[in-house]
Design a protein around this ligand. Structure first.
Ligand SMILES: Nc1ncnc2c1ncn2[C@@H]1O[C@H](COP(=O)(O)OP(=O)(O)OP(=O)(O)O)[C@@H](O)[C@H]1O
Ligand SMILES: [Mg+2]
Length: 366
């Protein structure tokens, strides 16, 4: 069992409260991704799990074992960092053998593990080379290999792909997911790339200022963001936010703003019954603003907007729109080819609206 459990974990560096009351269980064999903006405490959390940083308060378990006071080298976790830190004067083979030799593994066992890992990673032909004779992606594979040969109970990755170019990153991303399937080992993966988070994780943890904001499957995080921060952080371009008045009108609920008057779906009525404030923040994802009919769009309210910027990306087009009162972003089909300063009708998919409490940003519905 390689479940990793954090119980009320806190980390302070002097006055900096880097990780706050973190409760999190990473299941055995899970691929868990931690995301959040720079400085939110991702690396610190990983380093505490790895034993490279002390825990100020709280408990960390690996399986049933409390590991707070267990030295890093006895924790049975392997860490892969962004700068892979291979030994430049050693061959790939010796880089991979180094840790096992230090742990006094028998020679033939070391050899067997290295050849197996090299095979999995497709680096067998590089075993005799030195790191400087390899590309960035190949070096990254060696760093992975060095972790794999240890056969740890859990892998910890800290932005391992961020030094690679875009294409190689995409490729290594899917290789890592395949590797996880093959090794069936717990993996904790830190990134600030939300595409990596969405595509790789069984579950995602979103952090901000040392505090866990939401834990859930990628779809859950995307479709039911727990608060304004998660809603704005996950998704690119980000969700549109609009301050609205909540009006009750003959039993039905409506949202109004100087340039908008929208119905709220009936299925949200029950959840909003106890909400007493006059204001809410409406969230609409760019893909929920439509410029051409889609199933159900005959029911969507239409608002005329002016096109400010057209950004064709090939497979889709991003439009910066303005109602006159506010700017909104739409993600539309590349078939739509409006010109800048065109006035166009835009359909708002109110079925997929999100509503947030303006005080504190908690999700109300959607
Ligand atoms: N050794 C340290 N001494 C003092 N403060 C530290 C130390 N290490 C980290 N911090 C602070 O703790 C907070 C969390 O840092 P951490 O490195 O965990 O962030 P991160 O989420 O990994 O960010 P990034 O995406 O930039 O890597 C930051 O405010 C950082 O300045
Ligand atoms: Mg970091």
């Amino acid at each position: 069992m390689a479940e990793v459990r954090l119980l009320n974990v806190n980390k302070r560096f002097g006055d900096v409260h880097a990780v706050k009351e973190m409760d999190l269980t990473i299941e055995d064999q899970e691929f868990l991704v931690m995301v959040g903006p720079s400085g939110c405490g991702k690396t610190t959390t990983l380093r505490m799990i790895a034993g490279l940083e002390t825990v100020t308060e709280g408990e960390i378990y690996l399986g049933d074992r409390l590991i707070n006071d267990v030295a890093s080298r006895h924790r049975d976790v392997a860490v892969v960092f962004q700068n892979y830190a291979l030994y430049p004067h050693m061959t790939v083979y010796n880089n991979m053998a180094y840790g096992l030799r230090r742990r006094k593994f028998p020679k033939d066992e070391i050899d067997r593990r290295i050849r197996e890992a090299a095979e999995v990673l497709g680096i067998t032909e590089f075993l005799a080379r030195h790191p400087r004779q390899l590309s960035g992606g190949q070096q990254q594979r060696v760093a992975l290999g060095r972790a794999i040969v240890r056969q740890p109970s859990a892998f910890l990755f800290d932005e391992p792909l961020s030094a690679l170019d875009a294409k190689l990153r995409v490729q290594m991303r899917s290789e890592l997911v395949k590797l996880h399937g093959r090794l069936q080992t717990t993996m904790i993966y830190v990134t600030h790339d939300q595409v990596e988070a969405m595509t790789m994780g069984d579950r995602i943890v979103v952090m901000k200022d040392g505090v866990v904001q939401q834990v859930g499957a990628p779809k859950e995080i995307y479709y039911q963001p727990a608060n304004l921060f998660v809603a704005g952080f996950v998704g690119s371009p980000p969700m549109n936010f609009i301050n609205c008045q909540l009006r009750r009108e003959a039993g039905a609920l409506r949202l109004t703003a100087p340039d908008l008057d929208l119905p709220i779906p009936d299925r949200y009525a029950a959840a909003l019954q106890t909400y007493q404030k006059p204001e809410v923040i409406l969230g609409l994802r760019p893909e929920d603003l439509h410029c051409e009919p889609v199933p159900g769009s005959e029911r969507f309210p239409t608002v005329d907007m002016t096109v400010e910027v057209v950004e064709p990306l090939g497979f889709e087009t991003i439009l910066d729109l303005t109602t006159g009162h506010r700017n909104l972003t739409a993600r539309v089909s590349p078939r739509i080819e409006p010109q800048e300063s065109d006035r166009i009708p835009v359909m708002l998919d109110t079925d997929h609206m999100h509503l947030f409490d303006p005080d504190g940003g908690e999700r109300l519905v959607g």
